[in-house]
Design a protein around this ligand. Structure first.
Ligand code: AMP
Length: 483
């Protein structure tokens, strides 16, 4: 069976949009879900982020809504027919953008509403009428209460990233929203994992759903090289810088467990001269979208983020993910590292396991992903010139001794700090040279360093010499932390 889009009987405007997106073959979730959704049946889909699940539900949904397409200017002719609920603003924005692209040659209207933004423009859009409404639960309820959104003609509802919505505590909001919808409808639920809570939610709101799983739940992509290092405290930052340098990593997500830790780490990495941005729930919506855009444009190297802020973001080709903190919830580990190694590309996931509860958290991850985790020791290389080389030549990293006023926080602070400035003494050219990985084998030359490194039997220069014999998780922590 071939999974080409041309084998689907998609309507011409949708087929044209898909072709324009450059998609040829369906991803596994699309190949399985699209034909089922086209029949109008309920679906319970397990798919990791980056699997193409947005198109898997939106294309068939749009196809079924085409019968309502019309060019009338009357809002009454454009009631909400499909509702897509997502846990975060970024995710809602991203899914809405994709739906707009798929629907661009149809007359179906779509809109997105999420919190943290002025309600007025959203209200104006809703009042004009939209067939597909993408929303986060809290803001949707605000619009329902303000009578801006009427949901009594909804035929399709999609609960995307349902497990995350429950984690955040959206269950009561979801229950309220679902109570406003007609009983006769199609409900599609997508979740990275099928926890007992998700199964309960599906039991209450789905009608005899077809279950679709493209990868076993909780499975991590085989294309991701997963490494765990025993580093703690201040050494984590140093380890991160070292690995970024050694592996020639151009961009990475850096996950932390708290908003406060997120802001602090971003600031200190920024001081280290890395182009960094922070993404967490306390940032304004505008700041969050700006951070994301800068990362997508490649202007930011490290996006330091919390789980909620980063969940499901469609940022392609991230070469690496760092778990600066081991996540409290093992399932978050699967979500975090799902940011790399997407669509068959290889990726690197580095986790720093320190003291405290980390032993237990790593053991939870091990159990969830059903893979043995070895924690490696990381030996630090000298990351700054010492002794006689340090006589006034520390200008090799501008941020370290830049004047205080040049270090102040600002939007383009990075450029300010990195701007060339006169150095006290002539530089030693050795310290101005970027790190160079070992010469790649034939045919590997055009691939990024992290990719070639991950596939070599003997790791590349730098990382290999520094890693000591692998130790088992339990053994390592038993020695460190007698219980
Ligand atoms: P999603 O899992 O829906 O967030 O999709 C991840 C990314 O894959 C998005 O950037 C989509 O544009 C892209 N994508 C979705 N379906 C396909 C496909 N059939 N072929 C290639 N790329 C796709």
């Amino acid at each position: 069976m071939t999974s080409s889009f041309s084998n689907l009987s998609l309507a011409e405007p949708l087929a044209r949009a898909v072709a324009e997106m450059g998609y040829e073959n369906m991803t596994p979730i699309q190949a399985q879900a699209i034909p089922v959704v086209l029949t109008g049946k309920d679906v319970m889909g397990a798919a990791q982020t980056g699997t193409g699940k947005t198109a898997a539900f939106s294309l068939p949904l749009l196809q079924r809504l085409l019968k309502h397409e019309n060019s009338s200017t009357s809002p009454a002719r454009h009631p909400v027919r499909a509702l897509v609920l997502l846990p975060t603003r970024e995710l809602a924005d991203q899914v809405a953008q994709q739906i707009k692209l798929y629907a661009k040659y149809t007359q179906l209207r779509s809109a997105v509403v999420f919190g943290g933004m002025d309600m007025k423009p959203q209200t104006a859009e809703l009042k004009k009428g939209v067939e597909v409404l993408v929303a986060t639960p809290g803001r949707l309820l605000d619009h329902i209460e303000a009578k801006n959104a009427v949901l009594n003609q909804v035929e399709y509802v999609v609960l995307d990233e349902a497990d995350r919505m429950l984690d955040i505590g959206f269950l009561p909001d979801l229950q309220r929203i679902l109570s406003y919808l007609p009983k006769t409808r199609t409900t599609l639920l997508f979740s990275a994992t099928f926890s007992p809570e998700i199964k309960r939610l599906a039991g209450s709101y789905l009608n005899d759903p077809i279950t679709i799983e493209v990868a076993r739940p909780n499975e991590t992509a085989s294309t991701v090289e997963q490494r765990f290092f025993a580093v703690d405290g201040d050494d984590k930052r140093r380890a991160l810088r070292q690995i970024v340098r050694q592996r020639g990593i151009t961009q990475a997500f850096v996950f932390v467990n708290s908003k406060l830790g997120c802001a602090r780490l971003a600031r200190s990495l920024e001081r280290d001269g890395l182009k960094t941005s922070a993404l967490h729930g306390d940032k304004s919506q505008d700041e969050r979208l700006k951070s994301l855009d800068a990362f997508k444009r490649g202007e930011v190297e490290l996006l330091v983020c919390t789980d909620v802020a980063a969940r499901g973001l469609d940022i392609k080709d991230v070469p690496a993910v760092f778990n600066f903190d081991i996540p409290f919830n093992a399932e978050d580990y699967v979500h975090r590292i799902g940011r790399t190694g997407r669509a068959g590309a290889s990726g690197l996931a580095v986790s720093f396991a320190g003291g405290g509860n980390d032993a237990r958290l790593v053991a939870d991850i091990e159990k969830l992903i059903k893979k043995k985790i070895d924690i490696e020791a990381l030996e630090f290389e000298d990351d700054r010139p010492r002794g006689r080389f340090n006589d006034g030549r520390r200008a090799w990293r501008e941020g370290d001794d830049a004047p205080r006023e040049a270090r102040r926080e600002s939007d383009d602070g990075y450029r300010e700090r990195r701007a060339p400035r006169p150095s006290a003494a002539p530089r030693d050219p050795f310290f101005d040279q970027p790190y160079e990985a070992a010469a790649p084998a034939d045919g590997e030359a055009s691939k990024p360093a992290w990719e070639t490194a991950s596939r070599q039997a003997t790791p590349v220069r730098g990382i290999s010499a520094n890693i000591k014999t692998r130790r088992k998780v339990a053994a390592l922590f038993k020695a460190q932390q007698p219980q």
